[in-house]
Design a binder for this molecule. Structure first.
Ligand SMILES: [Zn+2]
Ligand SMILES: [Zn+2]
Length: 282
């Protein structure tokens, strides 16, 4: 079994890169991709931890892209850690996220919620402080009943304290991932908020035309029906089918590494196919 979508303390996960590799070994994963948001900072440590382990580690990243409706995250797999152009983009994204947090907090203060940047920072164990950490603090303070509510009412793109940040256009993200030697895959297509299979197919065709390599077909929040639709779309558009749990550790306690909510079971063959696709391209 493999898991191609995971986060560490380098972004907003609760396991260090070494800790995550150790956990992957404990649950007997054969393949693991670390895909932190906007950063490659955890990958060198993870590679070191995976040396000599019976586990194939894939260098990954997850990039949020600018889209008019819904949420588009693109996963990059097999990327080179020292690529300048990708590094520059990631630097700009982290910087804009850093600037955005105080703006969100100011809006929340205006709405009457007592929250400080220092308190939010204390929620994060790594260098990246995200909206998730603001949500967790709001939960701690009893301002919301759960993280989902914090995003819906305040932090999400329809929330009252939402602030836009620097995000690449989908084509730009795909191109940068390719330039860095990687493959670009749409994460959790469920969040594209397509109304039906036809609309989903249309959105994904547009991305395929921009050079997209694959889709995250298997994901904890995907229904059996959506999984089947995505599988069909992969066949039709010649895209690779991949899957992962979006493991974050303690901050998303109900999601387990490898198995997600319990039903995920992605065979090693999926990673083998992805590698074949990469070698076909180069
Ligand atoms: Zn995501
Ligand atoms: Zn993710």
């Amino acid at each position: 079994m493999i898991d191609l979508h995971t986060h560490t303390t380098a972004s907003d996960g609760s396991y260090s890169p070494t800790g995550l590799v150790e956990l992957a070994e404990q649950v007997a994963l054969e393949g693991l991709a670390i895909t932190d948001h906007d950063t490659l900072a955890g990958l060198a440590e993870a590679q070191q931890a995976a040396e000599g382990a019976n586990l194939e580690l894939v260098n990954g990243v997850e990039l949020a892209c600018k889209v008019p409706v819904g949420t588009l995250h693109i996963l990059g797999y097999f990327i080179e850690l020292d690529d300048r152009a990708l590094g520059d983009l990631l630097g700009r994204m982290v910087e804009s996220r850093r600037k955005r947090n105080p703006q969100i907090i100011a809006k929340l203060n205006e709405l009457g919620y007592e929250i400080t940047m220092a308190e939010v920072r204390a929620q994060a164990s790594g260098p990246i402080v995200s909206r998730l950490h603001i949500a967790l603090l709001m939960l701690d303070k009893g301002y919301v009943g759960n993280v989902h509510e914090a995003f819906g009412r305040f932090l999400g793109d329809e929330g009252s304290a939402y602030v836009q940040r620097t995000e690449p256009k989908p084509g730009e993200a795909i191109e940068l991932i390719h330039q860095a030697g990687g493959l670009a895959v749409v994460a959790h297509p469920v969040h594209l908020r397509a109304g039906d299979e036809q609309e989903l197919s249309k959105k994904l065709k547009e991305l395929a035309d921009l050079g997209l390599d694959g889709l995250e077909v298997w994901y904890p929040e995907h229904t059996a029906e959506l999984t089947e639709q995505l599988w069909r779309i992969c066949q039709r558009l010649d895209l690779a089918a991949v899957g992962g749990s979006d493991f974050h550790g303690a901050v998303k306690e109900h999601i387990k590494l490898g198995t997600g909510r319990g039903g995920l079971n992605i065979p090693l063959e999926i990673l083998e196919r992805l590698k074949k696709r990469l070698s076909r391209k180069s």
